[in-house]
Design a protein around this ligand. Structure first.
Ligand code: ADP
Ligand code: MG
Length: 623
């Protein structure tokens, strides 16, 4: 067998097809493509109007078992399946993927364009900058944060009259409210529209958001893993008159705006979600929104182009839409609804759209179905559950798997006993998928050292335990040709009648919904809350956020809240440490254990291998 070259060498050996040809082949009109050079382009959402009568394609979600820290190949399988369907089965097939963050790319995990012969190209453009959406989200978020602190400052340093007169200045002898100010008046129940007619009390109520600085939930963001920004103090210049405040940065992909981009269904919905983001509470405990800060319009201007998904291609020339990349812990971890919408229309009734749910089924799939599908209405036809022999061996009690270190011999030599012991993890994830009433196709993503007997064991146990089918995928080493069996199984599964149901209904209380997820998806026996978490949950329930779905923030390394616990334990206690509200994205986030929203750089970051070749100008060392 020929060894498989490094991801970047495979990618560089393929000359991408001009993106306008890719667009033409799947029926995007030239007027609907906004090219960013020759290899990628944004797709205008006007295409949705043109194709609105067309029936949707079949919708396939690729999810995983509880992974090792190396990742078990969900993205690689999504891309490989897209290649198999499009280039080998001759059907319309389009993959929708998240745009990766630069933090993990430079830090530990590496790129996110798939791997081996199942990749999105150009992989360096996919991984770095792409079409600038992450930059725009960073700026938009930080503009809101800047306005929030500026407003606290202005309110603290000006008397009522002066504040009102500055907010509604007299220009050429008249005072006028702007549209966004009229919205605030309406919210306050003030019906007057002439600024001079407000009573003193109304003027004060209008002018003072009265933000409680301790209640601010919005953080500034940056798309870099910078641990020293996790906790900082701002406002230390004398110009801010001692109005210092403790806060911190999150990585951009953890921002609520990123989650909103991924969940928005059109421009109007996007705007409504941005406007209703709760960024702080006032001193009476009432929510303060982006619209209250007057910054909705500016944010929309910055973000307008981010609404368009970016068209790219696989190594075999099939289409990929890259759009949004919310974190899978604090947010829901799926690419955008808009990209899926465009894809489902483009691929059409006979076609297929493949998308990924981050992490294991307990997290990525649960949120994809209970949050994303609930908003989009896109009900999947089948679930592809990716597993690897190495991860199952880890669940069977194998030694820890550490990035950057060679795998222990338990993983590189046949060990059916260890594998057998790890199978309950796979079986739990199969049952998780089936709880939603969907057929589950297990794909064993083969690694070079897997043996025939190991692959057979996983396949037969998967089928015995409720999988619709279980196939071996060799797309990493062979590209689409290695995923034809998977494609056949998926096509057959999509012919099944769907009995889809949500895991919970929205009218249950927040606590009831959390309990259903914890017991049904994780196997927990009981749930406990810290007093802060219980108090916040009560507040959100009382303030009208009780009907929102739940976005659990839990470690991806275990079905439990403890990353060290492997396998598929049951009856354990799940402890909720904190709860946060993402009112614009539209979910409540219970936090289990320590969830990092700002990663740090490791001692040996990936970028030690990276450079631009000064002779050829080509990027080297990404993987
Ligand atoms: P996930 O999406 O589940 O996190 P990825 O598809 O990104 O996982 O794969 C993680 C890493 O593992 C990538 O660097 C990829 O190239 C590599 N990889 C995936 N499948 C295989 C395989 N079968 N053999 C070797 N390496 C693989
Ligand atoms: Mg992935």
């Amino acid at each position: 067998k020929k060894p498989v070259p490094r991801d970047i060498d495979i990618a560089h050996a393929h000359e991408p097809i001009n993106i306008q040809h890719i667009a033409e082949e799947i029926g995007i009109y030239p007027s609907e493509l906004i090219p960013y050079g020759a290899k990628k382009g944004k797709v205008s959402l006007s295409i949705l109007d043109r194709l609105q009568e067309r029936k949707d394609a079949k919708y396939i979600i690729v999810v995983g078992i509880t992974p090792t820290p190396l990742g078990e190949g969900k993205t690689t399988t999504s891309v490989g399946l897209g290649q198999a369907l499009a280039a080998h089965k001759g059907v319309n097939a389009l993959v929708t993927l998240r745009q990766p963050s630069l933090g993990p790319m430079f830090g530990v995990k590496g790129g996110a364009a798939g791997g081996g012969y199942a990749q999105v190209i150009p992989m360096e453009e996919f991984n770095i900058h792409l079409t600038g959406d992450l930059h725009a989200i960073t700026v938009a978020n930080n503009l809101v944060a800047a306005q929030l602190d500026a407003r606290i400052y202005h309110e603290a340093t000006q008397k009522d009259d002066a504040l009102y007169n500055r907010l509604v200045p007299e220009i050429k002898g008249t005072r006028k409210f702007s549209d966004i100010q009229l919205r605030r008046l309406k919210k306050l129940g003030i019906t007057k529209t002439n600024p001079n007619e407000l009573t003193a009390e109304e003027k004060t109520r209008f002018a003072r958001l009265d933000i409680d600085p301790k209640s601010v939930t919005l953080k500034r963001v940056l798309d870099i893993s910078d641990r020293y920004l996790r906790k900082i103090t701002i406002g230390q210049s004398p110009t801010e008159k001692n109005l210092t405040r403790e806060t911190g940065f999150q990585i951009t992909v953890a921002s609520e705006i990123m989650a909103i981009l991924a969940l928005a269904t059109d421009l109007k919905n996007f705007r409504e979600r941005i406007a209703s983001m709760v960024v702080a509470f006032n001193k009476k405990g009432e929510p303060v929104t982006v619209d209250d800060l007057g910054v909705t319009g500016a944010v929309m201007i910055i973000l307008k182009e981010t609404m368009y998904p970016t068209l790219m291609q696989t190594l075999e020339g099939s289409p990929v839409l890259v759009h949004a990349g919310p974190f899978a812990n604090i947010a829901h971890g799926c690419s955008s609804i808009l990209a899926d919408k465009v894809g489902l229309k483009l691929a059409g009734e006979q076609g297929y759209v493949i998308t990924e749910g981050g992490f294991g089924s307990d997290i990525g799939m649960e949120k994809l179905l209970n949050i994303k599908t609930r908003v989009s209405g896109h009900v999947p036809n089948c679930i592809v559950l990716v597993c690897s022999v190495r991860a199952l061996k880890m669940h069977g009690g194998g030694p820890p798997v550490t990035p950057g270190q060679p795998l222990a011999s338990a993983y590189t030599q046949e060990n059916l006993e260890l594998l057998q012991k790890g199978l309950p993890n796979l079986i739990k994830h199969i049952s998780n998928g089936k709880k939603f009433g969907l057929p589950v196709v297990v794909c064993v993503n083969t690694f070079e050292t897997d043996t025939e007997a190991e692959l057979k064991l996983v396949q037969s146990k998967a089928k015995e335990n409720g999988a619709f089918d279980a196939v071996v995928g060799n797309h990493w080493a062979e590209g689409g040709a290695g995923a034809v069996k998977l494609a056949d199984a998926v096509i057959a599964a999509c012919e099944q009648k769907s009995n889809f149901k949500f895991l919970y209904e929205l009218d249950k209380t927040l606590e009831e919904k959390i309990k259903i997820i914890a017991t049904e998806m994780y196997g927990a026996g009981s749930i406990t809350y810290t007093p802060e978490a219980a108090a916040k949950l009560k507040t959100y329930q009382e303030r009208g956020f009780g009907k929102l779905p739940i976005c659990m923030a839990k470690t991806s390394a275990s079905l439990t809240g403890d990353p060290a616990v492997k396998g598929a334990p049951t009856g354990f206690e799940l402890k909720i440490n904190d709860v946060t509200l993402s009112a614009g994205a539209g979910f409540v986030v219970p936090i289990i254990g320590e969830i990092s929203v700002m990663p740090g750089l490791p001692t040996r970051p990936n970028f030690f291998d990276m450079d631009v070749n000064i002779e050829t100008g080509v990027i080297e060392g990404l993987f």
